[in-house]
Design a protein around this ligand. Structure first.
Ligand code: NAD
Ligand code: WQD
Length: 338
């Protein structure tokens, strides 16, 4: 039974991935400083899987504290590094906080991985590294444009650092570029539950419908798209979690062709904001209170993925679409246990 360290393990994607890893026979150690997550997911990860998780409440910027974890688990086979701050707007107000938290934690974890002989590393990257892409769908060969925010820059910098590290050390790295993760676990026990106010489209919609917000504002309907609103590639969090298990297994089986590989994780379909709202209204049977507002500065007009590489190499295939995402997110919003 191989042991996987999941940093940011009580966060949104980390908690779903912990479940998927446990369901595939991996042992899981999680670490999180709970800056953006509660510890409740631990209980639900165990309830869903019937398996125990070792959890550490540690700030990964504290190298000494982090080293204790590595010293207590000298048999870690792979690390999935989710831990990061991710609020794009906040990163423009406090760039140094983002550089410090996201880069320092990454360097600390990597240097301890090297010291304790952990040879497999998976990095949470983002479609944000492509910036304002012009050729759609984007493949892994699509060039990175200027980052639209300091947050986006931390993902680009992370990728460049990891590429060099993989070249000049014996650590194998996969960077996974997520498109727009959304939705919740089919058990109803896990979902998006950030401490910070949720700003992503799907929770904004479900919170509006649940009466927790007055309205949803559509950020612009005058773009050059089929209905004037922006296009994104929404990926169900369970599909995303499954891709991480595929990536871990792929590395542990030694199937990687190169010490540094990059994969897009989206479902390859562009959905407009208005189409996402329609999907919500259809599956929930509720009319959403929304209005058209001004464009949001920094928004990419349209982006969606080509995920063929992840399909070919990792054997990963997404199962869910926008309706499933909205159904699970709405179910979560109404019945969430924490
Ligand atoms: P999240 O905020 O739910 O999870 C991240 C977790 O990391 C949180 O629980 C937070 O408390 C923890 N963390 C942050 N800094 C830490 C530190 N210094 N030490 C220990 N723990 C720390 O976010 P998420 O949506 O699950 O995202 C996971 C990863 O995926 C992040 O790296 C994010 O940048 C990336 N990503 C997310 C999205 C998205 O839209 N959700 C898209 C692309 C990439
Ligand atoms: C989706 C669409 C908005 C809220 C962000 C990060 C990106 C990545 C994924 C981490 C856009 C529109 C939204 C609202 C709206 N995260 N919208 N009203 O901006 O695609 O990506 O999350 O790496 O880096 O930037 O996601 O959910 O904020 O927006 O109209 O209240 O919904 O304009 O077109 P985004 P989002």
């Amino acid at each position: 039974m191989s042991k996987v360290l999941v940093t940011g393990g009580t966060g949104y994607i980390g908690s779903h991935t912990a479940v998927d890893l446990l369901n595939h026979g991996y042992e899981v150690v999680t670490v999180d400083n709970h800056i953006n997550s509660y510890d409740a997911p631990l209980q639900y990860i165990e309830e869903i899987t019937g398996k125990k998780v070792s959890h550490y409440n540690i700030d990964l910027c504290d190298k000494e504290a982090t080293e204790q974890l590595f010293a207590e688990h000298q048999d870690i086979s792979a690390i999935i590094h989710f831990a990061a701050l991710k609020a794009v707007g906040e990163s423009t107000e406090k760039p140094l906080l983002y550089f410090e938290n996201n880069m320092k934690s990454l360097v600390n974890v990597l240097s301890l991985a090297e010291k304790y002989g952990v040879k497999n590393f998976i990095f949470s990257s983002s479609c944000t590294v492509y910036g304002q892409a012009t050729d759609l769908p984007v493949t892994e060969e699509t060039e990175m444009k200027e980052a639209e925010s300091p947050y986006g820059r931390t993902k680009q910098l992370g990728e460049y650092m990891l590429k060099d590290l993989a070249q000049f050390s014996n650590i194998n790295v996969i960077s996974l570029r997520y498109f727009n993760p959304a939705g919740a676990h089919s058990s109803g026990l896990l979902g998006e539950a950030p401490k910070q106010v949720a700003l992503n489209l799907v929770p904004v919609i479900t919170e509006t419908a649940a009466g927790k917000r007055a309205e949803t504002v559509v950020f612009g309907d005058d773009y050059d798209t089929r209905d004037g609103s922006c296009i994104r590639d929404y990926i169900h969090v369970e599909d995303l979690a499954a891709a991480h298990t595929c990536a871990v297994t792929y590395l542990l089986d030694g199937k990687n062709e190169s010490s540094y590989e990059v994969y897009n994780l989206g479902i390859g379909e562009g959905v407009t904001v208005l189409e996402a709202i329609n999907a919500f209204e259809k599956v929930s049977g509720k009319k959403l209170d929304y209005r058209i507002g001004p464009r949001r500065p920094g928004d990419v007009i349209a982006i969606y993925s080509n995920y063929e590489k992840a399909n070919d190499r990792l054997g990963w295939e997404p199962k869910y679409g926008i309706d499933d995402i909205m159904r699970s997110a709405w179910d979560w919003e109404q019945n969430r246990p924490f």
